[in-house]
Design a protein around this ligand. Structure first.
Ligand SMILES: NC(=O)C1=CN([C@@H]2O[C@H](COP(=O)(O)OP(=O)(O)OC[C@H]3O[C@@H](n4cnc5c(N)ncnc54)[C@H](O)[C@@H]3O)[C@@H](O)[C@H]2O)C=CC1
Ligand SMILES: CC(=O)C(=O)O
Ligand SMILES: [Mg+2]
Length: 372
């Protein structure tokens, strides 16, 4: 199979779909790889490194999309990329379709086979291709939250950990999954006062065992969210209902009651966000203020730590890239129900139920769409 890697074009996105060592693995399996010139240069992976791994270098994204049987990317295709996709071509990348009718329509029209990293599952549970980026985003959320709490950034001028004799900041993490747990870990490390809210008691029990008495665990109800959010200095939104648009758990009224100069970081923004006041921002212009509260809603946070993130992502994506290349989409999907859960759109049909439901579109089960 010919595998193509275009340069990412989303704002300040320097991650790349395949690193040279992944290219080498694919070539070792008998495949060919074409990489757009400069695709990895933002993170120190230049064309020479790709050539040394056995890839050929293409001058443009058009070349890559025209030649490749499978496109391996990081972010959802931008409109000018979607236009280059075609029937029979595999697109393997993050998609986040539920809050994005325009992209979904583009993928339907293209006829391509679109496999979303974020809905592939694991026999051990969880979302193994989302997890590494959730780890990055969760850890980063506390770093950016601390930054925007600084006075010069518009924040309240509060140090997360306080100092002896001065109380630490109150950090509230909503959603205690992968990103939430990593946020908790960092906030604890900075000695903040940390509360984590989840709707899964099992998850709260695990967090309690993991972190002990230094973290307050709280069951997710409207009352609990309101009580903790209005008193917080930093709120991190980290919920997920896989594939579906994020529930709006924090209302505008709650935001209004927070102290001015407090900060909210909506990690869940790629699924539409869990604050009523959230709208997606970019690394170039990451924050805005609503009712005195700073909102950080960057939809590709790991893009800001692009080198670490690219290597972490490749560790998770490579096994499935190899399966897709070795067997072709249909057989690879048929052989592995967890990869099959990644199929979101195939030949014009939406094959992921939560996406179809959220967009009020027709759902066709993946096996049926593939003719299995
Ligand atoms: N902005 C960015 O750059 C990035 C965003 N993400 C996004 O972060 C979000 C979270 O991802 P993960 O941590 O991997 O998900 P996860 O599935 O590991 O954790 C989600 C948690 O949310 C909880 N939850 C669901 N509904 C809830 C509710 N009503 N109240 C409280 N808790 C609730 C679940 O019980 C679960 O523990 C996803 O939307 C993901 O796409 C991930 C990486 C980067
Ligand atoms: C998960 C995701 O959307 C990202 O890493 O950009
Ligand atoms: Mg505890």
């Amino acid at each position: 199979m010919l595998i193509g890697v275009p340069k990412e074009i989303k704002n300040h996105e320097y991650r790349v779909g395949l690193i040279p060592s992944s290219v080498r693995e694919l070539i070792h399996h008998g495949h060919k790889v074409v990489v757009q010139t400069g695709a990895g240069e933002g993170i120190g992976l230049d064309d020479r490194a790709y050539k040394a791994a056995g890839a050929s270098i293409a001058k443009s994204a058009e070349d890559v999309f025209a030649k490749a049987d499978m496109i391996v990317k990081v972010k959802e295709p931008q409109p000018r990329e979607t236009k280059m996709l075609r029937k029979g071509q595999i697109l393997y990348t993050y998609l986040h379709l539920a809050p994005d009718p325009v992209q979904t329509e583009g993928l339907i029209k293209s006829g391509c086979t679109a496999i979303a990293y974020e809905t592939i599952t694991s026999p051990r549970g969880g979302l193994p291709l989302l997890a590494p980026m959730s780890e990055v985003a969760g850890r980063m959320s506390v770093q950016v939250g601390a930054h925007y709490l600084e006075k010069a950034q518009g924040g309240a001028g509060i140090l997360l950990g306080g100092v002896p004799g001065v109380a630490p900041a109150k950090v509230v993490v909503i959603g205690g999954g992968v990103s939430g747990t990593n946020a908790v870990r960092m906030a604890m490390g900075m000695e903040a006062n940390v509360t984590v809210i989840d709707r899964s008691v099992d998850r709260l029990r695990q967090l309690d065992e993991m972190f002990g008495s230094k973290v307050y665990t709280c069951y997710s109800t409207l009352d609990a969210i309101e009580e903790h959010v209005v008193n917080a200095d930093l709120v991190i939104g980290a919920v997920l209902v896989p594939g579906a648009a994020a529930p709006k758990l924090v209302t505008r009224k709650m935001i209004k009651q927070m102290r001015p100069g407090s900060v909210v970081v909506d990690i869940a923004i790629d699924q539409g966000g869990c604050f009523e006041t959230s709208k997606a921002t970019t690394h170039a212009d990451p924050v805005y203020v609503v009712d005195g509260v700073i909102h950080y809603c960057v939809a590709n946070m790991p893009g800001g730590l692009s080198r670490t993130s690219t290597f972490a992502l490749n560790n998770a994506t490579l096994p499935f890239a190899l399966a897709l290349a070795d067997k072709g989409a249909k057989k690879a999907l048929a052989d592995d129900p967890h990869l099959m859960n990644g199929l979101n759109v195939h030949e014009g049909k939406i094959t992921y139920k939560a996406v179809a439901d959220d967009l009020k579109k027709k759902y066709v089960p993946a096996a049926e769409a593939l003719g299995l």
